[in-house]
Design a protein around this ligand. Structure first.
Ligand code: FPP
Length: 246
């Protein structure tokens, strides 16, 4: 039984689910402000939502989930807020290690992890390594991630291979370039969800979003629930995807 309390919304076709859902977990700060709480309380509630939604994504059998946890621009926030987010990440990853065999996610990271505290980098490496045994549901956590930064990072690596003689600029294809992205091996997202009423991409998966369907909702991320995910999937299933064709 997938849903003990609420049955799936009837418009959701469980046979034609998106293969890859990506989420911009937005609205934590506003959620906290409405309750006269510090912003960190919003992020804490947001990480609880992440636990619920990841569990549901896995139960539905969707094999890829990508989450925007910390952008290259988020360093501009107050140091207390940055360290609160990093502490939540630490807790989440420690818990992921502890409950790995119960939750069974393969966890990978997109972004430049070298800017993170050394203990957090080590934790990311450990989680990435240990969770490789669960490839059925891959969770990609974007950390110190920016879409432009990812493309630059890939371009630098490709240029270095050209200089070293192991790559040929004239022969470069989209498929080969993708092997230089943080997302190598992961199919493009089918559905990108952004809660909190903002309707922009904010430097998220710029390359990979080329043909993604977008779903926006006014619900703030800490309030986003299983039924909201089903509503997003239902909306996605109403779209006609043509990938540039007719
Ligand atoms: C955006 O909301 C959210 C973030 C910048 C941080 C997201 C982090 C978490 C949900 C918790 C840690 C992550 C993991 C993977 C455990 P905002 O602060 O910009 O909200 P606002 O627009 O309402 O101010």
């Amino acid at each position: 039984m997938l849903f003990s309390k609420k049955p799936p919304a009837p418009e959701v076709d469980l046979e034609h689910l998106p293969r890859h859902i990506a989420i911009i977990m937005d609205g934590n700060g506003r959620w906290a402000k409405k309750r006269h709480l510090p912003r960190s309380a919003g992020h804490s509630a947001g990480s609880e939502t992440l636990r619920r939604i990841a569990t549901q994504v896995k139960k539905l059998g969707i094999p890829y989930l990508t989450l925007y946890a910390f952008s290259t621009e988020n360093w501009k926030r107050a140091p207390e807020e940055v360290s609160a987010i990093m502490d939540l990440l630490r807790n989440y990853l420690r818990e992921a290690l502890r409950d790995m065999d119960k939750n069974q996610f393969q966890i990978s990271f997109f972004g430049d992890l070298s800017a993170l505290d050394p203990d957090l980098q080590a934790l990311c490496d450990q989680v990435g390594e240990v969770s490789k045994k669960y490839p059925q549901c891959r969770m990609n956590i974007c950390l110190n991630y920016g879409g432009r930064d990812e493309i630059l990072h890939a371009a630098r690596a490709f240029a270095a291979d050209c200089v070293a003689g192991s790559a040929d600029p004239e022969a470069l294809t989209e498929e080969e370039f993708e092997t230089y992205l943080y997302s190598r091996g992961v199919p493009d997202p089918d559905l990108i969800i952004r809660p909190s009423g903002e309707q922009r991409l904010s430097n998220f998966l710029l390359w990979q979003a080329a043909y993604a369907e977008f779903y926006y909702t006014d619900i703030l991320w800490p309030d986003f629930r299983e039924a909201d995910l089903l509503a997003a999937i239902g909306a996605y299933q109403q779209r006609k995807r043509r990938f540039g064709g007719v």
